[in-house]
Design a protein around this ligand. Structure first.
Ligand SMILES: Cc1cc2nc3c(=O)[nH]c(=O)nc-3n(C[C@H](O)[C@H](O)[C@H](O)COP(=O)(O)O)c2cc1C
Length: 396
């Protein structure tokens, strides 16, 4: 009772949607859910590519069995060991005791460590192939995209790249599985939010992976989350190249913390000046209201960033401190910036924000603006000029 979804004659999508989990990795909001993608190749030999999160097992295995009926599974290819993909390994080995688990030399110790499995494991090395009949899988390691053992595999006959977390996206697959069956634009924010927050720290490994995979002639990219791409492959590769170099487009994220509205007012003035100077893409965020994953996603999208914080017990406002430390942890380079802040007796926030920006090697567009108490005429003008300078820098 399941109409199979074919990527090709013998290759099936057998992933599942999760609209119940609120937080991915118990951290990232899943307002639009997430899909755990898994693929099945039913050739002379049967191979499954990755499983799903353990709680999704029943939904998933029903799809697998609808295709296979009583045929056994010969191989389980484990591209990535994170539990949202590996969670059903143990139960699958109990159902199919003769199935071989295929992984690389970093995967297999993790399979033992997480699931106690040491038998029927087959190690593959970079460039090795697995013949299934008409279909043939070749394996490529992509370390730190997004764990050390991360691997992708390329089905040579149909030219499909099973890309694991690379090219993944938040958001359930609401009927459409392939990018030409759904509203691609609707997915782009969730793609970038997934990339920036989950893989974003690993810009260099992503660059290396792109160079390695760039030699392949791709007809389809089948990731472990989100749509399967067959129409927008060039666009996806272009975005991954841009995001992994931390190269933003023309636009500014204005992120501020504010308890009583003083820093917020400075942010409003600056945002207005940026827009009046001709920059349309201005996103103003209150860090106490918006989850950092959305702000970080836009920081990856846009080149300009304005950060504002009041001084709070001689520190940054805690929510701004959390955002800044995440950006530092990710090493989000290649940005131009401005700083705003308010204080009452001994200001510290502006200095701390400026230091953080310098550790990331961002380029300042103007002097930071620091106001004591409420915003007054001279600092109003300084905020305005900061916005003008940001716009001019972005347009230059
Ligand atoms: C809990 C708390 C701690 C603060 N700590 C400092 C401080 O260490 N140094 C300082 O100059 N002002 C401090 N302030 C004052 C604020 O920085 C000041 O009121 C500022 O204008 C608030 O900006 P906002 O309206 O954007 O929240 C503190 C205020 C609060 C509520």
């Amino acid at each position: 009772m399941y109409k199979p979804v074919n990527l090709s004659e013998q290759i099936y999508y057998v992933g599942v949607n999760d609209r119940r989990t609120s937080l991915f990795e118990n951290m990232w909001p899943l307002d639009r859910g997430v899909s755990y993608n898994s693929y099945l190749i039913a050739d002379e030999k049967v191979a499954v590519i990755d499983t799903v999160e353990a709680g999704q097992f029943e939904k998933w295995i029903a799809k697998v069995r609808a295709v296979l009926n009583d045929r056994p599974i010969d191989y389980l290819v484990v591209n990535h060991m994170e539990p949202d993909h590996s969670g059903a390994i143990r139960i699958l080995t109990e159902l199919y005791p003769n199935m071989e688990i295929v992984g690389n030399k970093k995967t297999l110790p993790m399979i033992e460590g997480y699931y106690g499995i040491t038998t029927n494991c087959k190690e593959v090395k970079e460039g090795d192939s697995l013949e299934l009949g008409k279909n043939k899988l070749s394996f490529y390691t992509v370390p730190m995209v997004h764990w050390p053992e991360s691997m992708v595999c390329f089905e040579e006959t149909n030219q499909i790249l099973f890309s694991s977390d690379a090219f993944g996206s938040f958001g359930t697959l609401d009927g459409g599985i392939f990018d030409d069956e759904l509203d691609f634009d609707y997915f782009t924010d969730e793609m970038r939010r997934y990339y920036s927050n989950i893989v974003g720290k690993y810009g260099n490994p992503v660059q290396k992976a792109l160079q390695k995979l760039g030699a392949l002639d791709l007809k389809m990219i089948a990731p472990s989350h989100g749509p399967v791409y067959r129409e927008n492959i060039a666009q996806m590769l272009k975005w991954y190249d841009q995001w992994s170099k931390y190269e933003g487009e023309e636009g500014v994220v204005v992120a501020y913390a504010s308890m009583y509205g003083n820093t917020e007012e400075m942010a409003e003035v600056t945002a207005r000046a940026i827009a009046e100077s001709g920059i349309k893409n201005v996103r103003v965020y209150d860090v106490s209201k918006t989850h950092p994953s959305y702000i970080i996603s836009d920081v990856f999208k846009f080149k300009g960033i304005i950060l504002g914080s009041p001084t709070y017990s001689n520190e940054l406002h805690p929510n701004m401190e959390a955002l800044v430390s995440k950006l530092q942890h990710m090493g989000v380079s290649n940005h131009v910036y401005g700083i705003l802040g308010s204080y009452t007796w001994a200001g510290a926030s502006v200095k701390k924000l400026n230091e953080a920006a310098q550790t990331l090697k961002w380029e300042p567009v103007a002097e930071p603006v620091e106001e004591k108490h409420s915003l007054k005429e001279d600092k109003y003008e300084a905020c305005w000029q900061l916005g003008v300078a940001m716009a001019e820098k972005l347009k230059s």
